[in-house]
Design a protein around this ligand. Structure first.
Ligand code: SF4
Length: 391
């Protein structure tokens, strides 16, 4: 490719997955971009370009050699796991499910989508962007959309106006969203539980409101529909999310509240949906007995690794730390892995698809001819090699 004209692509630098980005390509490399935000420009500039490279124990080897070694490791594993997927294309997720079936292993996305387990407790959870737009209050609870999803607030703006914005922060860390918020509540995260309990006690028994709970109540009770974005740490604090859900349930007749984590990874919702189509279950699934089995909470990626439940992990993209043998396929280099493949990631030069959090499927490359996702080819070759070893 020698042309330098701009062609339209999707940026996979954050879950916004902006599809109004232009890139110029010269000799197969991205040489310029237009319309990306700062984070997107850094993402596009940092993408791996060029052929796949591979290493065994830190020594660079031909890809075929690394693939054969990976197949031997996976075929010999007692319980192999395929983990990660949050930066994988839908095509790669499909190939990963086919491989894990052959391996009789476990597939576990990471980071996991907490709304999957919350769904058992509260019915009104992750509203789509279209629904959040209709809210009159957006509460960012230790979440910073301007930092992790820079264009999310633009998407929630209708005819120049967006929901009122209240940010809860401890004030110690820079919260970019706080600078444009209508109101900022500053208190340490150690008070989250007591503030939420105070608010709920007030709603249930007309108990007195104190400090931040009083300020929060004032904003919340003036709203009709509120969406709460929980920051990364808060979203995994079960006691805090439970209190949010209880509050939402008690306020049902006064304020309609929905809650979702503010994802930082591209595909947290997309992986949940793709796994549901492919395995019938929305999270970690084991094929150890042939038929898919689903045990939420037990087969989460972190638990599998910390409890030694998988002995060989094939990590597709970012994965939690663990002590088992790791085979990595990622846009980042992994010198610590036993076997590593350096791949392009969700590059706009690929003819592959991703899913936005509102369920819209997007092709990474625009109208230009593009290459298939090489991770798909690697996973298929691994599957064939494992089948050959087993035959
Ligand atoms: S908002 Fe996200 S998807 Fe859009 S250009 Fe910025 S990093 Fe890329």
């Amino acid at each position: 490719m020698t042309a330098t004209k701009l062609f339209p692509v999707v940026c996979a630098g954050c879950p916004c997955l902006c599809d109004d980005i232009g890139i110029a390509v010269q000799d197969g490399h991205i040489v310029a971009e237009t319309n990306a935000c700062q984070r997107g420009a850094a993402f596009l500039a940092g993408l791996r370009q060029g052929p796949i490279r591979s290493w065994i124990q830190g020594k660079e080897v031909p890809v075929e050699v690394a693939l054969q070694a990976a197949a031997v490791r996976l075929a010999a594993a007692v319980m192999p796991g395929i983990l990660g997927l949050s930066e994988s294309s839908l095509e790669a997720i499909t190939a990963a499910v086919a491989l894990v079936k052959t391996l009789h292993g476990i597939i576990a996305p990471w980071p996991s989508d907490p709304t999957r387990t919350w769904g058992q407790q509260a019915p009104d959870l992750a509203r789509s962007w279209a629904e959040i737009k209709t809210c009159d209050l957006l509460l960012c609870w230790r979440a910073d959309p301007l930092r992790v999803q820079p264009r999310l607030l633009d998407r929630l703006t209708v005819r120049g106006s967006r929901p009122r914005l209240v940010v809860v922060t401890d004030g110690r860390q820079d919260n970019l969203t706080a600078a444009i918020a209508d109101h900022v509540l500053r208190f340490p995260d150690t008070e989250d539980l007591s503030v939420l309990r105070n608010l709920r006690f007030h709603v249930e028994k007309q108990g007195p409101l104190q400090g931040p709970a009083a300020a929060l109540a004032q904003r919340l009770f003036a709203a009709q529909r509120c969406h709460i974005f929980l920051g990364k740490e808060t979203a995994t604090e079960e006691v805090v999310t439970d209190q949010c859900h209880l509050l939402a349930a008690h306020l049902l007749k006064k304020v309609r509240i929905s809650i979702s984590p503010l994802a930082e990874s591209v595909h947290v919702r997309g992986v949940t949906e793709a796994l549901t189509w492919l395995t019938s279950f929305p999270g970690p699934v084991s094929f150890a007995l042939g038929e898919p089995q689903y045990r939420p909470g037990v087969w989460e990626a972190e638990r599998l690794l910390t409890h030694g439940l998988v002995d060989v992990a094939l990590c597709l993209g970012p994965c939690p730390a663990g002590k088992c043998v790791r085979i990595c396929m990622d846009r980042q280099e992994h010198p610590e892995a036993e076997i590593a493949f350096h791949v392009p990631g969700l590059s706009p030069l690929l003819d592959a698809h991703v899913m936005r959090p509102d369920g819209i499927m997007l092709r990474l490359a625009g109208i230009e001819v593009a290459a298939p996702d090489p991770v798909v080819g690697l996973l298929q070759q691994l599957q064939w090699a494992v089948q050959e070893i087993g035959s």
